[in-house]
Ligand binder design. Structure first.
Ligand SMILES: C[S@@+](CC[C@H](N)C(=O)[O-])C[C@H]1O[C@@H](n2cnc3c(N)ncnc32)[C@H](O)[C@@H]1O
Length: 364
């Protein structure tokens, strides 16, 4: 089976990149205060739109690059790209516009005459812009890695190689938590865990729907993910609410046995045999550790169920994302037959596309 764009990878889904000044003022230099232990030293990259505009480029040079990049976008399918269902010209033209918006301080300048000697301030040198566009088109580097960020719910999250780009369907996990905590003060005040946090998307989203006393512990095996999540946590000033711990699944949570109010995870769930058929942007560039769920894709999901039975307090809530209906049904079956009837109120929920995607429920 070839996993296509719509099943595992959504192209950039927002009409424009948000660069409000109020957002930029939230941004602070990275420091590791969100981390509970010192991780491997990984320096997160600053997203393009947050870099200083230190480059001065002639408008005619920028125009030349833009025309070249547009030409490349239109020659898609004949010159550069592979024959899988990758980006088409219209998507690339939209991405080109977004790249301009991020790279050029005043991108409205581009409509001016190109014989003008006027200069524009840019956040990246013109040579690097050529490189970035070639990487996008020739190497199928995801656009989000090119610009170093992804829009997710009301957040703009830093992402880079080594960290999964958060997907729109995962946003629903935060809604499920929001629904549950709005009816249960005890859960709203409790400690939640986001296992396999990646960019920290779920942890930050859930941090925003918990009460002032509620906390989130976010874990990941990948030091790059932990560093990038810490950067994002810092930018949204959630250091006091979200703690990052590096390690495998429940291993960094030994002190939380029977104490967690809630548990969410979007674990790796793609069957190993399907990895080679993934769209190039995903299979070639996103970390395998974030994708590969073992023979049937269920390795991490089953491990998470076992851990949920141990770590959740009575009436604690959990929500897991899966690959689709088959995995949802297998997971519910596993949990229904779990020893001592550990779980109750199990439900399968759909994503935005109507695909059965999530399993939610409570600890007994
Ligand atoms: C599908 S990604 C999800 C990332 C993020 N939660 C999101 O939704 O965008 C799965 C994450 O699980 C992490 N992971 C894989 N194996 C792990 C393990 N044994 N322990 C902890 N995290 C793990 C990966 O590094 C990756 O960040």
């Amino acid at each position: 089976m070839r996993l296509t764009l719509s099943s595992v990878y959504r192209p950039y889904s927002f009409p424009t990149l948000l660069k409000s000044s109020s957002f930029s003022t939230l941004c602070r230099p990275f420091c590791s205060s969100a981390l509970s232990s010192s991780p491997t030293c990984v320096k997160p990259q600053v997203p393009l739109f947050l870099r200083q505009p230190i480059y001065s480029t002639k408008l005619c040079e920028l125009k030349k690059w833009h025309d070249w990049a547009k030409g490349v976008a239109f020659s898609i399918g004949s010159t550069f790209v592979d024959s899988d269902n990758g980006p088409d010209s219209s998507l690339l033209c939209r991405e080109l516009k977004w790249l301009m918006e991020d790279a050029v301080e005043d991108h409205s300048m581009i409509v001016k005459d190109d014989d003008s000697d006027e200069r524009v301030k840019m956040r990246v040198g013109i040579e690097e812009l050529y490189c970035l566009w070639k990487q996008r088109v020739q190497e199928r580097r995801p656009f989000q890695y090119v610009v170093g960020c992804e829009h997710w719910r009301d957040l703009v999250l830093s992402v880079q190689e080594g960290v999964l780009i958060p997907r729109p369907e995962t946003e629903l996990l935060v809604d499920f938590v929001d629904d549950v905590v709005s009816e249960n003060e005890d859960l709203k005040r409790g400690v939640w865990a986001d296992l396999g946090t990646g960019s920290g998307a779920l942890a930050i989203g859930i941090g925003g729907v918990l009460g002032s006393e509620g906390r989130v512990i976010a874990t990941d095996l990948s030091p790059v993910a932990v560093a990038v999540a810490a950067y994002n946590v810092q930018r949204y000033c959630f250091q006091d609410k979200i703690e990052l711990r590096e390690g495998s699944w429940f291993e960094p949570l030994k002190d939380m046995e029977g104490k967690l109010a809630g548990l969410v995870s979007n674990p790796p769930y793609i069957p190993s045999k399907d990895i080679s058929g993934l769209q190039a942007e995903v299979g070639r560039h996103e970390p395998r550790v974030a994708l590969d769920g073992g023979t049937d894709g269920m390795d991490a999901l089953l491990h998470l169920c076992d851990g949920a039975a141990l770590m959740l307090k009575p009436a604690g809530f959990f929500a897991f994302e899966t690959n689709g209906e088959q995995q949802c049904r297998a997971l519910v079956d596993y949990m229904e037959n779990y020893r001592n009837g550990s779980f109750c109120n199990l439900e399968i929920r759909s994503d935005f596309a109507g695909i059965l995607r999530f399993v939610i429920g409570f600890h007994q």
